[in-house]
Design a binder for this molecule. Structure first.
Ligand code: GLA
Length: 356
């Protein structure tokens, strides 16, 4: 008999540094935040022999219902739910008819990865509900990196955004008081203590919503793939800086961003180990400049937000996530007040099952 009920929480994330490196087999340094999404699931009796899934997005007051074995395509949040069911089902995991309800406090489209939080929490509850009792939780049974891959398949095949594994790995491996240095070539995840003391990391929403499926995100990925072809390398992690300088524009600048950003992640890890927070501030500024000039994913609204933070005295500020809108991350030294509307963020524990 499968279980009757299940619930899981998965957090959003902030990426301290290492933007647009994940799908280039590069390096990043994200951390899970306290805000996230909770999914509660209840096994459902099949009606007339057909197993169906019912889903309710409490924050939106919207509902969906579809066949467990054959979900058809829909847009918006429904794509995440239908996609999670379809991807887990086709990967061979036992699933059962269910009523799902979810709610959260990660703002949508704000660059804090509400999508990964939703995919991870949905997958954990669906896997838990479909499993035989006594077989352990999905987090005990399925490797986290494997779960991250399944979730990113939902985004690629059902939502239409060819994102990397940054958000899902951060949500799944998050841990209090540390950022995660992720090497996307080896998929090794290493916790690097983030001792902020009286310093503050804050995010300020630019107010501009973005969607990876419709922004220039996929186009940037294609540009990186094209640069790899021209350079004759498997990924930009292996790109030679001198050869990259001979690429046509804008590919030269795209590759320069990736090479520079990987280096900045390593410098940030060293700075954190040395408790050198002023150096982190400078690295945030350098990362943003490269995202704006080389990767060209900033917008006037994002620039205005960066300026507000710097004018308030931030030691450094940069856009986080896919770009083309979303939030800006900034670091403030002790005693300097962030502007109104900025929310403090701290490394927090990763995805977990909740007692039902
Ligand atoms: C989004 C994607 C991630 C990553 C970042 C940019 O958040 O979901 O996979 O590519 O953009 O670093």
């Amino acid at each position: 008999m499968p279980r009757e009920r299940s619930a899981a929480f998965a957090p959003g994330r902030v990426n301290l540094i290492g933007e647009h490196t994940d799908y280039n087999e590069g390096l990043a340094l994200p951390f899970a935040i306290a805000e996230g999404i909770t999914v509660r699931a209840k096994a459902r009796a099949s009606s007339g022999g057909e197993e169906r899934v019912e889903a309710y997005a409490s924050d939106l007051g919207e509902q969906d219902e579809f066949s467990l074995r054959d979900p058809s395509r829909e847009g918006g949040w429904r794509a995440f739910v239908r996609g999670s069911v379809a991807v887990l089902g086709s990967a061979g995991f036992p699933l059962c008819a269910a009523c799902l309800e979810f709610a959260g406090d990660v703002p949508q489209g704000a660059g804090l990865s509400s999508s990964a939080a939703l995919e991870v929490a949905l997958s954990l509850t669906l896997l838990d509900l479909g499993a035989e009792p006594g077989t352990g939780t999905p987090l005990q049974r399925v490797e986290r990196t494997e779960l991250a891959r399944l979730c990113s398949r939902v985004e690629r095949d059902w939502v239409g955004a060819r994102t990397g594994l940054l958000d899902q790995l951060a949500s799944l491996y998050g841990t209090g008081d540390a950022a995660l240095c992720i090497d996307f070539k080896s998929l090794r995840v290493e916790a690097v203590p983030l001792r902020l003391g009286a310093w503050k990391l804050v995010v300020l929403d630019s107010g501009e919503r973005h969607s990876h499926a419709s922004s220039g995100y996929n186009e940037r990925r294609e540009e990186c793939a094209r640069a790899c072809e021209l350079l004759g390398v498997r990924s930009l992690r292996d790109a030679d800086a001198a050869a990259a300088r001979r690429l046509p524009e804008p590919l030269r600048r795209r590759v320069e961003h990736v090479i520079g950003e990987n280096r900045r992640v390593l410098e940030a890890v060293d700075a954190l180990r040395a408790d050198d927070l002023p150096a982190i501030g400078e690295l945030l500024g350098a990362s943003h400049e490269s995202l704006r000039e080389n990767y060209e994913i900033s917008t006037p609204a994002v620039e205005a937000t960066v300026s507000r933070l710097l004018d308030a005295g931030a030691a450094g500020a940069r856009l986080v996530g896919g770009g083309f809108g979303g939030s800006v991350l900034a670091l403030f030294a002790p005693g300097i007040e962030p502007p109104a509307g900025a929310r403090e963020v701290r490394p927090s524990p990763g995805a977990r099952m909740l007692e039902e």
